[in-house]
Design a protein around this ligand. Structure first.
Ligand code: UD1
Length: 360
């Protein structure tokens, strides 16, 4: 099969890495990078570390408002699809690149697969929620990471061609943890295993409101330990624009976005992780590190049900309480499969291509 894979933002590079390896065993993959993320720290370093092939197309779309960014991607992706005439298009996750890829594909009647389908936060103000819902309803094959995701789709009437394959980010994590051990990041930052907190903040609901970001910084500044804070460019711009450096305590170590291996090693050795990212909530669970989620909702509800993740929003008192008292010890379930999601996805795709698929 000739398959076009569309990626554009940091989490998508991670998700496509193992799928790309599997795809290329028996098929031709044409990799398209929309250019949504373009900084070295958010893009190229992931290609280098995870051995992702150089994209066949880089659309260079870059940053813009949601409508403009998505529409520029749509125009450019359509040109690629008309030129390449693939048998199938694969999109990943929930970014604007995902939605643009999905729309371009269905408008040209090219079968579409969505990796990480079925996730819902039930918060329609999140741009990602709209991207997920629309992409799922446009897809021909839906690869879901969890049972909850499959149930979410069922409630929306999507029952056909939903495949519970597990989570591709677990594939990458499993394959990378040994290499991550060689990271020197703890030495560079002069921190000891299990004696620091790790935080990431990039959701518009947190970064675009001074009140929310200040509450988070005040809580983090009161932690008695060092807080490692790789800063997303969106957050960095906002901090500078509003002079928020003043509310950032001396225990908070701000650094540029970390590479995949360094970040994995920082996660594994953290005492606790405080984040508003979806992928990091999942990685915390897999690495058995308590996760304090700086949001009021999550797509990864199982991690909360199992007691390893707590939702605290941006309430200063709740964040401080979790920093001091959230110490999960409970049993964990196999929530995210066995780390072979990419093999399963490619097998299903190949069956689909040879018309041997059984519809469920
Ligand atoms: C996007 C995704 C989000 C994902 C995140 C991962 C959407 C709607 N959001 O959010 O789901 O969790 O990626 O990081 O698709 N910028 C740079 N350099 C870059 C890219 C962006 O400086 O390489 C800055 C620009 O000022 C830009 C801002 O970051 O305006 C936001 O970037 P954007 O791509 O719009 O969304 P993210 O916040 O990165």
């Amino acid at each position: 099969m000739r398959i076009v894979s569309i990626v554009g933002a940091r989490p998508q590079f991670i998700k496509c890495a193992p799928v790309s390896v599997e795809l290329r065993k028996n098929n031709q993959e044409i990799l398209v990078h929309t250019g949504q993320h373009y900084d070295y720290e958010l893009s190229k370093v992931f290609f280098d570390q995870l051995g992702i092939p150089t994209p066949d197309y880089n659309l260079g779309v870059g940053s813009a408002s949601h409508g403009k960014q998505t529409s520029m991607m749509l125009i450019e992706i359509e040109k690629v699809l008309l030129n390449e005439k693939p048998d199938f298009v694969l999109v990943y996750g929930d970014t604007n690149s995902t939605l643009a890829g999905a729309l371009a594909s269905v408008k040209l009647h090219i079968p579409l697969g969505h990796v990480e389908a079925g996730l819902r936060s039930f918060d329609r103000r999140m741009p990602e929620e709209i991207n997920r819902v629309l992409t799922d309803h446009a897809s021909d094959l839906l690869f879901v990471p969890t049972k909850t995701a499959a149930e979410n789709l069922k409630k929306e009437g999507i029952c056909k061609n939903v495949f519970l394959v597990g989570d591709v980010m677990y594939d990458v994590l499993k394959q990378s943890i040994t290499i991550a051990k060689q990271s020197q990041i703890l030495e560079t930052l002069a921190i000891q295993p299990k004696n620091y907190f790790l935080t990431t903040i990039h959701r518009p609901s947190n970064t675009d409101k001074i009140q929310n970001l200040s509450q988070i910084f005040e809580a983090l500044s009161s932690a008695a330990k060092k807080v490692i804070f790789p800063v997303h460019p969106r957050t960095e711009h906002f901090i500078k624009k509003h002079g928020l450096e003043r509310s950032i305590g001396r225990n908070i170590h701000m650094m540029k976005s970390a590479s995949y291996f360094d970040f994995l090693w920082l996660e594994k050795n953290a005492e606790k992780i405080l984040t508003d990212s979806g992928g990091i909530q999942k990685e915390s669970y897999l690495l058995k590190v308590p996760c304090i989620t700086l949001r009021d909702n999550t797509e990864w509800v199982e991690t909360v049900e199992d007691g390893w993740n707590i939702l605290v929003g941006t309430n200063k008192e709740k964040i401080m309480d979790a920093i001091h008292n959230f110490n999960p010890t409970g049993e964990q379930r196999d929530l995210f499969g066995s780390g072979d999601a990419s093999t399963k996805i490619v097998k299903i795709l190949e069956d689909y291509g040879s018309n041997t698929i059984t519809y469920n």
